[in-house]
Each structure stands twice: as structure tokens, then as C-alpha cells.
Design a protein around this ligand. Structure first.
Ligand code: TEU
Ligand code: CA
Length: 542
């Protein structure tokens, strides 16, 4: 496969609202990110993916855009954005923007115009339908609860919104809308960004009358057109958020010969503690062995034909330690295991802010403490429908709610974790006193240095980026062991995914030293080697 600059890149996702406040208003901003570029360079990341920084009424914290070509006032100005791009480059860091074009904000001028009349030039930038027997056109529902159709009094029609009613879906069947999106993308490409993360891009081919919401018939045509008219002729990184993509569909998006995207996120592991036919707030015991099965399947499926995106956390997901590791006695060991297991696989690592210092979920005790519209609506729907008691709904939100990932970055043990000198827009996790960047940098055995070392190994050893992947099958279901091999060099990675002691028996590898481990290791004898809870290590086979 033709080599690309991003093949050996490491991406760090910043949720700007919660990263660093520079002016004391309690809200993170672009100047705050600029202040922290030294830290990102120390960690060793090459790319920063910024969650949306465009003008927005913040109904969905920036994923509802009212001006794609201007900066949200709370975050700063376009001059700040241009300064960030330039200063990041001085630190060897490129900026990837979040492309949110399945929908806009209802405060975008396009929608304000479209609402005025049925024959407004912008009417067909959105999806309008007549009532049927005085009701919604059909029973499509929105991700944040309720119907996907909102009635507009002015013109007596419904408009489609798969997220909040302040996020009207854009009509991709309209070539004028598509061209307006491409013009906006080229505006940002001309500013020197390095690519796009594409928000729910699997939805832009929707056919609402046939109730097709994802993977619509023209989806890949639209992406090929976008590729040709914007990033394709450039050497940019593009990654799709495609909840509905299995491995086969992922290949359709990402095989270079298809001229679509560089990568898509595999997010199936997020459902390992959920039911197949219920929403994310109905959870059950985590299927630990399923972690190995899913990651192995995607490694094998994409191996030589495409490129994986390796992710545990983002701004929508619970903290990985809380979900797949242990917040208690084994917090540090489990955090390191999750990093070693994931980031030695083949693909581009994506690290979400705070993951590298072992931040955890932040439970709340009252619904008034919730910020996220998804959780607020879910709490109301789950309790009013009688599906859950108030406590059960709070427990579910504490486990899977998106605010868990959005509490402010914990920089030190000063007030508000050093995030702001003002009142933070969202509560800071009280454990900032002990879990913070300052403490991590002062502790050579911290989770931070495991992440830094994993990135260093990736930079020093081409086997990590280009090596063939092979899972070892003769291990317990909750032990994930695999090799990476390239030009005569072999790495062996072993991870006990569970809180239980396990055993591995790999006599073929004899006695070896660990390149990296989450426990102190002497010489490791791979024959009948006991594994402690969450024990993980990387061995360079000699
Ligand atoms: O998320 C897509 C999405 O569907 C998520 O809301 C996810 O389904 C849910 O959080 C369960 O995990 C993208 C953005 O990442 C998210 O922040 C936005 O709210 C959403 O699209 C709308 O733009
Ligand atoms: Ca601020």
C-alpha cells in the first residue's frame, strides 16, 4: 500500500470547551490550547483533532453549527484559530477539524432562510415533508429522543432532525447544498488544516421516506464526490465516524483505490456491555472476551487493504478505565494495559484528552448536574415512560453518559484542576487532586509515561506501524496475545483484559525481557507465565 504521512501519526482529540480556559470565563478556548502545545509535543502526538470550534448556539456543544466559517465566540476568533494552526506547526503538530455536515444548527442563515417560505432558494438545503393525516410523515425517531420530525408553523411542514430539533438534517440530494459544503471545506483546507474527522458521515445518504437512515444508496457517491472536489488532490487525513460500518463497509470507505476516506472509527466495542436491541443506557455485564474478538476481526479484515483507527475514548464515550478497566486498586495497571493492548495494534492511535493521565468517569447525584442534551432527554424519557426509576436512570447516565468524557482536563491540584481561574462550565472531577498532569509528569511510573513510551516505540520501530498482525489463539478467552512482525523483527504483546489472575503458556518464545510493561518485570519465561490482573507487556522477541 502506498505510504502516507498519517500512517505513523498519533492523533490527540481535544474537546476545546473542556481543555484549557485562558481568560477565566470557565470555558476552554483556543488560546488555552496554544498554551498547552508544549505538553502535547512532550506526549509526542503529531495531530490534534479539534471537536467543533465553529460558531454555535451550543445546543449540542458545538455539533450544531450556525456559521461554518467563523469561530464560536467563547472559543476566540479566527485570528486565534490561525495562530493555533501556525503555532501547532512549530511544535510539529497538524490540526484536523471536525466536519459536521449531516446537519446544521437551526440558527444557521441557511435554515433561517429555508424556514421563510416553501419557495425560498435555501428551502431544499433541508428535508421538508407535509403532514400525513395531521401527523409526522412517519415514525422515524431522533437520537436524542422523540420524533425525528419537527413541525414548522410558518410553512405548515415538518423538517427532519436526527439529533436535536435545533439540528436540522441537511439535504445531500441537493447538489447546491453539496457544493456549499465543499466550498466550506476548501476554505478550511486553504487555511492549512491537515484533514477532517467526519461526524456521522454514514447518515448523509439517508432516504427518510424509506426509513433509511444510514448507509443510504448514494452515500459512497457523495463521499467520492467530496474526495474529488476537496481533500482528494491533497495529502490530508480523513476519518469517518461511521457507527453503522462493519468491516466490509469500512473497506468500502477506506480502500485507497475507492478514493473515499483514509480511515473510519470502529466503535463496536462500546456495545459490549449493552443489549443488541436496546439503547446504550440499558447495560449488562461487560463481555470482556468480546474485546479481543472485535479488535482481532478488524485487524484481520483491514490488514493489508486499508488502515485502522485505534480508539478507546472520545467526547461521546465513558472513560475507558471506568468502562473496561478498574477505577480502584488496579486503576493504573488497567489504564496502562488498555493503552498497551490497543496502541501496539496496526493502525493510527487516537488518544482523547485526559485518557493519557487516567481520568475516570465523574458520577453525579442529581439530574440538575447534567449538561449533555442526550442524557437530559434520556433521563426524562426513561423516567416518564416508567422504564427506569430516577435512581436507575441516574445510574445509567453515570455509567454511559457523555458528560463523563467532558469534565475539564485536570492539569494540577490547584482550584478546578488548573483548568480555569473562573467557575468551570461543567463540574471538575473531584479526583483532580491526585489525577492530574502535574502529578503524572512528576511520577516516572505514571500512565502518562506509558503513553509517551508507546508513542516512542511506534516512532522508533517500523514494525509497530507496518508490521503484520497475528493473534495467538492458544490463550484464555480474556487474554489477548498477538504478534507484529516486519523485516525479521517480531514484537509479542500480551494483555490480561480481566481483573482475574490468568496464565499464558507460550513456550515457543522462551525467556525474554519486556520492552514495556505495566508491572515490574524481571526476565519473563513465557512457558507457564502467570498474569496478574490487567497485566500487559510488550516483548521484542530476540
Ligand atoms: O455522534 C454521533 C452519535 O450518534 C452519538 O451521539 C452517539 O450515538 C451517542 O453519543 C451514543 O454514544 C456525533 C458526535 O460525536 C456527537 O457528539 C454529536 O452529538 C452527534 O454526532 C450529532 O452531531
Ligand atoms: Ca475561556
Amino acid at each position: 500500500m502506498e505510504r502516507k504521512w498519517w500512517h505513523d501519526a498519533v492523533v490527540y482529540q481535544i474537546y476545546p470547551r473542556s481543555f484549557q480556559d485562558s481568560n477565566g470565563d470557565g470555558i476552554g478556548d483556543l488560546q488555552g490550547i496554544i498554551q498547552r502545545l508544549d505538553y502535547l509535543e512532550k506526549l509526542g502526538v503529531d495531530v490534534v483533532w479539534l471537536s467543533p470550534v465553529y460558531r454555535s448556539p451550543n445546543d449540542d456543544n458545538g455539533y450544531d453549527i450556525s456559521d461554518y466559517q467563523d469561530i464560536m465566540e467563547e472559543f476566540g476568533t479566527m485570528a486565534d484559530m490561525e495562530e493555533l494552526i501556525a503555532k501547532a506547526a512549530q511544535h510539529g503538530i497538524r490540526i484536523v477539524m471536525d466536519l459536521v455536515v449531516n446537519h446544521s444548527s437551526d440558527e444557521h442563515p441557511w435554515f433561517i432562510e429555508a424556514k421563510k417560505s416553501k419557495d425560498n432558494p435555501y428551502r431544499d438545503f433541508y428535508i421538508w415533508r407535509d403532514p400525513v393525516d395531521g401527523h409526522e410523515p412517519n415514525d422515524l425517531t431522533a437520537s436524542f429522543g422523540g420524533s425525528a420530525w419537527e413541525f414548522d408553523e410558518t410553512t405548515g411542514q415538518y423538517y427532519l432532525h436526527f439529533f436535536s430539533k435545533k439540528q436540522p438534517d441537511l439535504n445531500w440530494e441537493n447538489p447546491k447544498l453539496r457544493q456549499a459544503v465543499y466550498d466550506m471545506m476548501n476554505f478550511w483546507i486553504d487555511k492549512g488544516i491537515a484533514g477532517f474527522r467526519m461526524d456521522v458521515i454514514d447518515m448523509i445518504g439517508k432516504k427518510p421516506d424509506e426509513k433509511i437512515t444510514v448507509n443510504g444508496p448514494l452515500l459512497h457517491d457523495y463521499i467520492k464526490e467530496m474526495h474529488a472536489k476537496t481533500f482528494g488532490p491533497k495529502d490530508l487525513l480523513t476519518v469517518g465516524e461511521t457507527w453503522s460500518a462493519n468491516e466490509q463497509i469500512a473497506l468500502q470507505y477506506t480502500k485507497p483505490s475507492n478514493h473515499e476516506l483514509s480511515m473510519v472509527f470502529q466503535l463496536f466495542f462500546t456495545q459490549l456491555d449493552q443489549y443488541p436491541d436496546k439503547g446504550k443506557f440499558f447495560t449488562r455485564e461487560l463481555n470482556v472476551a468480546g474485546i479481543k474478538e472485535i479488535f482481532d476481526r478488524w485487524q484481520v479484515a483491514l490488514n493489508e487493504q486499508s488502515w485502522n483507527a485505534l480508539v478507546w475514548e472520545n467526547h461521546d464515550l465513558p472513560r475507558a478505565i471506568s468502562e473496561y478497566g478498574d477505577e480502584g486498586a488496579y486503576r493504573i495497571e488497567s489504564a496502562k494495559m488498555l493503552a498497551i493492548m490497543l496502541y501496539m495494534l496496526k493502525g493510527v492511535p487516537y488518544i482523547y484528552q485526559g485518557q493519557e493521565i487516567g481520568m475516570t468517569n465523574c458520577p453525579i447525584s442529581d439530574v440538575s448536574q447534567i449538561d449533555d442534551i442526550e442524557s437530559i432527554n434520556a433521563y426524562r424519557e426513561l423516567t416518564q415512560s416508567g422504564q427506569m426509576t430516577k435512581q436507575e436512570a441516574l445510574d445509567a447516565i453515570n455509567k454511559k453518559g457523555r458528560d463523563n468524557a467532558r469534565t475539564p482536563m485536570q492539569w494540577d491540584n490547584s482550584a478546578n484542576g488548573g483548568f480555569t481561574t473562573g467557575t468551570p462550565w461543567l463540574h471538575v472531577n473531584p479526583n483532580y487532586q491526585t489525577i492530574n498532569v502535574k502529578a503524572a509528569l512528576e511520577d516516572q511510573d505514571s500512565i502518562f509515561y506509558t503513553y509517551q513510551k508507546l508513542i516512542q516505540i511506534r516512532k522508533q520501530k517500523p514494525v509497530v506501524v507496518y508490521g503484520d498482525y497475528q493473534m495467538l489463539t492458544q490463550t484464555a478467552p480474556e487474554v489477548y496475545a498477538y504478534t507484529r512482525s516486519y523485516q525479521g523483527q517480531t514484537l509479542l504483546i500480551v494483555a490480561n483484559l480481566s481483573a482475574k489472575p490468568q496464565m499464558i503458556n507460550l513456550p515457543q518464545y522462551g525467556k525474554q525481557k519486556a520492552l514495556l510493561s505495566n508491572y515490574a518485570q524481571g526476565i519473563i519465561d513465557l512457558k507457564a507465565k502467570p498474569l496478574k490482573p490487567y497485566e500487559a507487556f510488550v516483548i521484542e522477541i530476540k
